[in-house]
Each structure stands twice: as structure tokens, then as C-alpha cells.
Design a protein around this ligand. Sequence first.
Ligand code: DX5
Ligand code: ZN
Length: 219
Amino acid sequence: MIIAPSILSADFGRLRDEIQAVEDAGADWIHVDVMDGHFVPNLTLGPPVIACIRKVTTLPLDVHLMIEKPQSSISQYADAGADWITIHQEADAHLHRAVDHIKKLGIKAGVSINPASPVSLLENILQDLDLVLVMSVNPGFGGQSFLPFCLDKVKQLRNQIDQNSMQTLIEIDGGINSNTLPLAMRSGAEVFVAGSAVFRGTNYKKNIEDLRNSAAQNS
Ligand code: DX5
Ligand code: ZN
């Protein structure tokens, strides 16, 4: 299992310390939520900040683009140091071209679907993806409640990926905590984004351990 703390829930005034703290606490990836104020009603950060984050961690940067027309800025995120770039199915009418662009830059490519979007929208692109991200909240904010109906989409994807011997990773994002992580894992997810469940209190190591242990205890 891969645990990817979302820095959306970090203290942005101490971002370097927060990233180093979750790295020391056992995070596998750093999940970076990019929001443009259009695709989602919130605005966060962009390539200049990601370039700064790149300098303070050796962990893979998992960049989740919640932005409209992502293709026009993909190369900026690649230059900034993203290892994984995930765009939204709902945000680009030319998904195949955008995914191809990411891969040609030597970056791992992901596509995300919002809670209201069915898995069938990915039917003709799944084989090209390194990662598929199932949103289990409506994107835009941390700290929202997990939407259980999204688990069925994880199961559908798990079946399609396994039946066709694909290597595509399934990531889940939104409302992941020690109660919901085991459900997502049993449905077939492998990468777990967690914002508020990691960046709460002061003991991030225990928070991450609790997530890992929840999977072991409930499997
Ligand atoms: C939501 C973001 C998530 C968010 C997760 O739009 O994509 O990555 O930070 O936060 P929690 O884990 O608090 O739901
Ligand atoms: Zn995210």
C-alpha cells in the first residue's frame, strides 16, 4: 500500500517543515492538490511552489491537477518536478492527447473521475494510464466525508485492470481515514491519499501507522 499525505491539510506557513515531517513519519508519496478556482471552487498553488517542494523532499510528487484545460500547463508541472501528473476526465475534452503529452514528458500519467462520473468514461483510455484516481469526495476541499458509493467504482476498475492484466494503479482520494481505508483496500485500491487524517495533531508518525494498521486489522 502507498500512503500519500495531501499537503492541502498542512500548515502552508510551514510547508517545508510539514513535508519533512510526513517524510520522516513514513509517507510514501507527497500528494499535491492543484486547484484553479474554476474546475473547483478553491485556489491553491502552482508550478513555482511545486518547484520549491521538489527541493525539500526526495519522495515522489503526486500532482493532482484540479484545473480546467490542463494540457496547456502540463509541461510546467513536469519542469517543476512532478513524478506523477493526474488530470480530470471532466476537465479535458481531449483526454487521450493530454495523457500522451504527460507520458512523452517522461512523467507517469493518471486520470481522475469525480464522484458523479462513471467508470465507463475511462473505457478507451484505461490501458494508457499508469494510475486512475477515484475521487471519494467532490474535489475542492479537505476534511469532507467519504462517499461510500464510490467503492463500487473501485471494484469495477479492479476487475477491468486485473482481467486485462494491466499495471494501472488505483488511487483513492477524499475522506480516507482508518475506518474508510480498509473498505477502499478491500475494493481494490492501492494508493491512499489522506489529508486531514495525516495532518491532525502533532504525531504524524502515529497517524500514518494508524492508517497502515487499519488495513491489517480489517483485512
Ligand atoms: C480534495 C483533494 C484531496 C484532499 C483530501 O479535493 O483532492 O486530496 O486534500 O483531504 P481529506 O483526506 O481530508 O479528505
Ligand atoms: Zn487530491
